[in-house]
Ligand binder design. Structure first.
Ligand code: DC
Length: 222
C-alpha cells in the first residue's frame, strides 16, 4: 500500500527541510511541487512566453519532472536536466507566484503530481496538496509561523549564500508572495479541515521533524 504524506504551508516555514528529513527517514520519494511552478516560470521567462494564454500550457505539458535525493539535497530534474539551483533565485520566486495563479496551468501540474505519486509512497510538499492534489492523503500537515520569523530564516539563508539584500526587502517580498498565494482564485493556500497544524515559530527544525515523525509513526503504526 502506498502512503501519501502531504505537507502544506507558506514560504519559509521550513517545509522543505522537514519534508526532506521525513522522506529520508521513511525512504519515501519527495515531490517538491513548488519546484514545478518555479521550473515553468523559469522556462517561460527564458523563452519569452506569457504567463497567460495557450503557450505556457503547451510548455508545461512538455516538461518531464523527476526528483532524486542526493546527500543533503532534493534534486529536481526537468527532461533529465538538473535545474535545482537555477530555480532558487529571487526573480524565479516572484515569477513562480504569478505563474501559480493560472488555474489551467495548475491542472496540468496537479495531474503530473498525482502521476508521480501513483506507484510510490511519497512525501509531497506545496500549498494545495491536502486540499486539491491529494485530498485523501493518509497524513496531512499544515506548517505555519509568523511572516517575521519566516523572513528572518530566509534572510539568514540568503546571507549565507552571499547575497546582498536587506531584511526589510526579504520581508516585503515574502508578504507579497503570501498575499498572492492565499488570495488567488485557483487553489489558494488554505489549511485542509483535517490537516494537523504545527506552528514552527518557537521550535527548532529538529523539534519540528521529531514532532512530525511521532505523528507519522502513530498514524501508520511503525
Ligand atoms: O514553495 P515554493 O516557494 O518553492 O513555491 C514557489 C511558488 O509556487 C509559490 O509562490 C507558491 C507556488 N506554489 C503553489 O501555488 N502551489 C504549490 N503546490 C506549490 C507552490
Amino acid at each position: 500500500m502506498s502512503i501519501v504524506i502531504a505537507i502544506d504551508g507558506p514560504g519559509g516555514v521550513g517545509k522543505s527541510s522537514v519534508s526532506f528529513e521525513i522522506a529520508k527517514k521513511f525512504n519515501f520519494m519527495l515531490i517538491d511541487t513548488g519546484a514545478m511552478y518555479r521550473a515553468v516560470a523559469l522556462f517561460a521567462i527564458k523563452n519569452n512566453i506569457s504567463f497567460e494564454g495557450e503557450k505556457i500550457l503547451e510548455l508545461a505539458k512538455k516538461l518531464k519532472f523527476s526528483f532524486k535525493q542526493k546527500n543533503d539535497k532534493n534534486l529536481v530534474f526537468v527532461n533529465n536536466k538538473d535545474i535545482s539551483s537555477i530555480i532558487r533565485t529571487q526573480e524565479v520566486s516572484m515569477n513562480a507566484s504569478n505563474v501559480a495563479k493560472n488555474g489551467r496551468l495548475r491542472k496540468i501540474l496537479v495531474d503530473k503530481q498525482r502521476e508521480l505519486g501513483k506507484e510510490n509512497s511519497i512525501v509531497i510538499e506545496g500549498r494545495d496538496i491536502g486540499t486539491v492534489v491529494f485530498p485523501n492523503a493518509g497524513i496531512k500537515l499544515f506548517l505555519t509561523a509568523s511572516s517575521e520569523i519566516r523572513a528572518e530564516r530566509r534572510y539568514k539563508e540568503l546571507l549565507a549564500k552571499g547575497l546582498d539584500i536587506s531584511f526589510e526587502k526579504v520581508l516585503e517580498e515574502l508578504k507579497e508572495r503570501d498575499y498572492n498565494d492565499s488570495h488567488r482564485e485557483a487553489s489558494p493556500l488554505i489549511q485542509a479541515d483535517d490537516a494537523i497544524l504545527i506552528d514552527t515559530g518557537n521550535l527548532s527544525i529538529e523539534e519540528v521533524i521529531n514532532k512530525v515523525i511521532e505523528i507519522i509513526k502513530e498514524r501508520i503504526g511503525v
